[in-house]
Design a binder for this molecule. Structure first.
Ligand SMILES: [Mg+2]
Length: 306
C-alpha cells in the first residue's frame, strides 16, 4: 500500500509522530535559525524534546564552523546543546577522510579555518588556507610548486576562493591518485531578509570543471552524514526523524537513509516545490517529498508541553 506523503502535521498527529521516534536530526539554517537570528520558539522546541527524553542532533552542510563554534552559537541563542550533538561538514569531512578515504598525507584545502581545525583534530595536516597567491605568467602558474605530501583536494566554503586557488587545485588534481572531496553542493547561502550569497556548490563546480573530475561529496544528501551520527550513537533509522528546510538535501537525506521526514517552511523550499515533486511521479524526485510539513518547528511545542 502506498503511504500518503506530504501531510500537514497538526493536532494529534504531532504527538503520534514524536512518540514514534527516539531521535530527531535538525538541519540548522532555515530550521532553527536564519543567519544569526533564532527562529521564534525553536530553542523551546529543542529543549522540550530533550526534556521528553528524545536525543537531538544538529546536521548541517555549512562548513564554516567547528563543532565547538556551533555549540557556542547554539548556547548563545538559548539552545541546550553540546559539541557532541553537532555534525557539520567541517567535522564530517575530516571524519570521512580519516575513516572512509583512510588518507595518508596532507590536504590541499579550499576552505575555512574551521575546516583546518577539524582536520587537525583528526591528525590531518593541510596547506592552502587564506589567499594563497601565485605570481608570474601562465606557464609559471601551471608549474607552481606543489607539496608532494598532498593526497587530496578538499573544497568547502572559502571566502578567499580565487582563480589562483582554482589553478593550484587543478595542478594537484592532474595526478589521478589525488582525491577530490567536497563538503556540499548547496548553490546559495540564504541570509536574513531574503538575501543570499554564493554557496560552496559554486566553488566545487568550478574545481570539478577545471579538473574534469567529479568530487565525492560528504554533505547531505549523502548517506555519510547520517552514518556519522548513527555509528556514534547507535541510531535506528526507523525511529529517527529528519527535520529540514531543503528538499534536495535534508529531505532527500532522510529518504536515502529510511528516516521519517518533516519539512519546515521557514527556509529555502516551499510547499509548492514539494507538491511538484510529488505530482511528477518521477522516482528520482519522490525522495524529495517529505512525510510531513509544518510552517515552523514552533508548531511542535504544544504537543511537547501538553
Ligand atoms: Mg537549511
Amino acid at each position: 500500500m502506498a503511504v500518503s506523503k506530504c501531510n500537514r502535521l497538526n493536532g494529534a498527529l504531532i504527538k503520534e509522530l514524536l512518540d514514534s521516534v527516539e531521535s530527531v536530526l535538525f538541519d540548522c539554517d532555515g530550521v532553527i535559525w536564519r543567519g544569526d537570528q533564532a527562529i521564534a520558539g525553536a530553542p523551546e522546541v529543542i529543549n522540550s524534546l530533550k526534556k521528553n527524553g528524545k536525543r537531538v542532533f544538529f546536521v548541517t552542510n555549512n562548513s564554516t564552523k567547528t563543532r565547538k563554534m556551533y555549540a557556542d552559537k547554539l548556547a548563545k541563542m538559548g539552545f541546550n546543546a553540546t559539541e557532541d550533538e553537532v555534525f557539520g561538514t567541517a567535522y564530517c569531512s575530516a571524519m570521512y577522510l580519516k575513516s572512509v578515504s583512510k588518507l595518508k598525507g596532507k590536504v590541499y584545502l579550499i576552505g575555512s579555518n574551521a575546516m583546518k581545525e577539524e582536520l587537525l583534530n583528526v591528525g590531518i595536516e593541510e596547506v592552502g588556507t587564506g589567499p594563497d597567491p601565485i605570481t608570474g605568467v601562465q606557464i609559471d602558474w601551471a608549474n607552481v610548486p606543489l607539496d608532494p605530501e598532498v593526497k587530496a583536494v578538499v573544497v568547502g566554503f572559502d571566502e578567499h576562493f580565487s582563480y589562483m586557488k582554482l589553478n593550484r587545485a587543478l595542478q594537484y588534481l592532474s595526478n589521478p591518485e589525488c582525491l577530490l572531496i567536497g563538503t556540499n553542493t548547496d548553490t546559495q547561502l540564504p541570509l536574513e531578509g531574503g538575501k543570499a550569497v554564493p554557496g560552496t556548490g559554486c566553488l566545487l563546480k568550478a574545481v570539478e570543471t577545471a579538473a574534469q573530475r567529479k568530487a565525492q561529496v560528504v554533505g547531505k544528501p549523502n548517506h555519510f552524514m547520517f552514518d556519522c551520527v548513527a555509528n556514534q550513537y547507535g541510531l535506528d533509522p526507523a525511529e529517527t526523524l529528519m527535520v529540514g528546510d531543503r528538499l534536495d538535501t535534508d529531505i532527500l537525506l532522510g529518504s536515502n537513509c529510511g528516516l521519517k521526514t518533516l519539512l519546515t517552511l521557514t527556509g529555502v523550499s516551499t510547499l509548492a516545490d514539494a507538491k511538484d515533486h510529488q505530482l511528477s511521479g518521477c522516482p528520482d524526485r519522490l525522495g524529495m517529498v517529505p512525510d510531513y510539513f509544518v510552517e515552523t518547528i514552533a508548531e511542535l511545542l504544544p504537543a511537547l508541553q501538553g
